[in-house]
Every structure is written in C-alpha cells, then in structure tokens.
Design a protein around this ligand. Sequence first.
Ligand code: ADP
Ligand code: MG
Length: 218
Amino acid sequence: MGTLTAVEQTLSVNDWMNRAAASIEAQADHLTQLDTAIGDGDHGMNMMRGMRAVTAALADGDPDAPPGKRLILAGKTLVSTVGGASGPLWGSALRHGGRALGDTRELDGAALVGVLTAALAAVQDLGAAEPGDKTMVDALGPALATLRERLDAGDPLEAALAAAADAADEGARATTPMQARKGRASYLGERSVGHQDPGATSTALIVRALGSALVAPA
Ligand code: ADP
Ligand code: MG
C-alpha cells in the first residue's frame, strides 16, 4: 500500500443504465422464460422496453445534470414506459434513490449505499414485499447489505461492487425454492416453488452493471 490516500472512485449513472440495458437485452429471452413459468411472460419485454427508453432519455438529457437528477429521470421513464409491476417498482426505486442524492455531483460508495437504501425502501413501501417473498427484494436486499458491509470493512468500491453483485446473484438463485407471496406469481401458490423469480434475476443484472459504471479518479 502506498502512503497516499486513495482517491475515492465514483460511478456514472449513464454508464450504469447503459450497461444494465445491454445486459437485460442480452438476457431478455431468459427473463421472459422465467416469467412464463410463474407469471405472464412479459418480464423480458417489460424491462427491455423500459431500459431502452431510459438510455434514450439519459442520452437526450442535460449533460450537466448531477447523478441524482439522472436517476430521477431514469425512474420516471421506467414508470411511464413499463406496464408490468416491475416498471413502477424499479421506477420508484430509482426516483427515490435519485432524491436521496440531492445535488451531490459525486456518486461514490457511501452515496451509492444511500441510493440503494432509498431504492429498497421505495420498493418495499410500494410493493410490501418482505425478504423471502420471492421478489426483487431478495436480490436487492442482499446486494445492499453486502455493499455496506464491504465498504465499512474498507474494501475499495470495485471489490465491494463485485461482492454485492455476487450477493444479488446468490439472492436471485435462492428464490427458486421459495413460494411467492407477492405479485402475479403468488396466485400460483405452491406451484410457484421450483422456479427462479424473474424480477430478482433482472435485479441481479442491474446490480452487476454497477461494476461497469466506475469512473477512474481524476
Ligand atoms: P407483472 O408481474 O405485472 O407481469 P413483471 O413481469 O414485469 O410484471 O415483473 C414481475 C416481477 O416483479 C416479479 O418477478 C417480482 O420480482 C416483482 N414483483 C412483483 N410484485 C412485487 C412486489 N409486491 N414487491 C416487489 N417485487 C414485486
Ligand atoms: Mg410479468
């Protein structure tokens, strides 16, 4: 270790959303298959349409907007373009996450913890899902807890993000044996057991995309 204090890395909202959109697009058929098993088969299409609109809105948006404003724009865009449950849920997550940032110009690790804390709270306020209900909460919750733990332990942001993404993947996989208690899949009762939740799966992709949004310190 050098004697200089490491300059904190920050994240680009546009890069985050662009990468998330690309990986959702690449996995759209898989997300649709998962939603066909326990829902109505539109999750891949919903998220793809929404994220395409988000990247377009950000590309057209104010190039000087701070990260909070960009997240609010992304959230509003998701709400207005996605019909399924995932639109309002992720939309409100990003809007609240953006609001938590205020006018901060640097989206560093601590700020990201604030964003994801507000995002998770927004999802739970709106959808009333608890951990274990087989929803996106089961991916986002572990991702946030891991990110916070690793940053508190002094890990660099890049390593903490990788650990958070692994926790989100693990959380998504752990939804397979769960019985859905929220959303469309809950109508299936016990027949929802044995399938991975589509929303938790796309959430893990969105969390993984954070690792591609790191901006090298100036
Ligand atoms: P819809 O169910 O309206 O067709 P999508 O297929 O786009 O919407 O999204 C389904 C996903 O949304 C589920 O896999 C689940 O992760 C998430 N979801 C549904 N209801 C809730 C809820 N109340 N709280 C959190 N997440 C939910
Ligand atoms: Mg659906």
